[in-house]
Design a protein around this ligand. Structure first.
Ligand SMILES: Cc1cc2nc3c(=O)[nH]c(=O)nc-3n(C[C@H](O)[C@H](O)[C@H](O)COP(=O)(O)O)c2cc1C
Length: 186
């Protein structure tokens, strides 16, 4: 089973759900959401609508509390945990060893089991506030990235976003313990 964890990069939710639909063609998927992903209504849509859509697609209740995510360590064996989209906030917390959301709990639990985590990042501060965190995660065992690049170098010069349509391929590599290359999308 694959874990699919959404965090609060709301502008990427539609792309993320398209990735989820693709993964569901081949995998049983356990959905997880950070507190903020599960609860914020934004200009990109209502939280309840996204939750309903994800639960209907997966045919499972979303894990959306820390106690419900904790069993991913001792009891629920995930072949890979895909964090899609992954915010700068969640990456930075994981880089610092902070575990205070269902997303960071799921990631910590998966890493405890020495199993792969695949990060599909999207953050406007990828080349500023979050860059040190991304670098730290690049050096961590069992953390892999969907290839990413600057999405709008002149309008948002510090922003990085992954190529969501490469998530499935990156997952194939992560399941083998490998990083899909090139990691910096061209
Ligand atoms: C409309 C909206 C869009 C956002 N887009 C992003 C984004 O693309 N990337 C990001 O890192 N944070 C984004 N944020 C900020 C995060 O939602 C915020 O840092 C939040 O605390 C993330 O929590 P989480 O990582 O636990 O989901 C956005 C916030 C809002 C309200």
């Amino acid at each position: 089973m694959i874990g699919f964890c959404m965090t609060g990069s709301f502008c990427c939710f539609e792309k993320s759900i398209a990735v989820l639909e693709k993964l569901l063609e081949k995998h049983d998927v356990l959905p997880i959401m950070s507190y903020n992903a599960a609860s914020f209504d934004t200009k990109f849509g209502k939280a309840e609508d996204f939750r309903n859509k994800v639960e209907k697609l997966c045919g499972k209740k979303i894990i959306q509390t820390i106690p419900d995510a904790e069993p991913i360590g001792p009891a629920i064996q995930l072949d890979c945990l895909v964090v899609c989209p992954c915010t700068g906030n969640t990456m930075s917390k994981v880089a610092c060893g902070i575990c205070d959301t269902p997303a960071t709990m799921a990631i910590k639990a998966q890493l405890r089991n020495e199993r792969p985590v695949l990060i599909a990042l999207a953050t406007n501060d990828g080349l500023s506030g979050s860059s040190a965190s991304i670098s730290k995660l690049l050096m961590r065992k069992n953390i892999f990235f969907v290839p990413f690049s600057q999405d709008s170098p002149f309008k948002k010069p510090r922003s990085l976003v992954c190529e969501f349509d490469k998530t499935e391929e990156a997952l194939k590599y992560a399941l083998l313990g490998k990083q899909l290359q090139p990691i910096l999308a061209t």
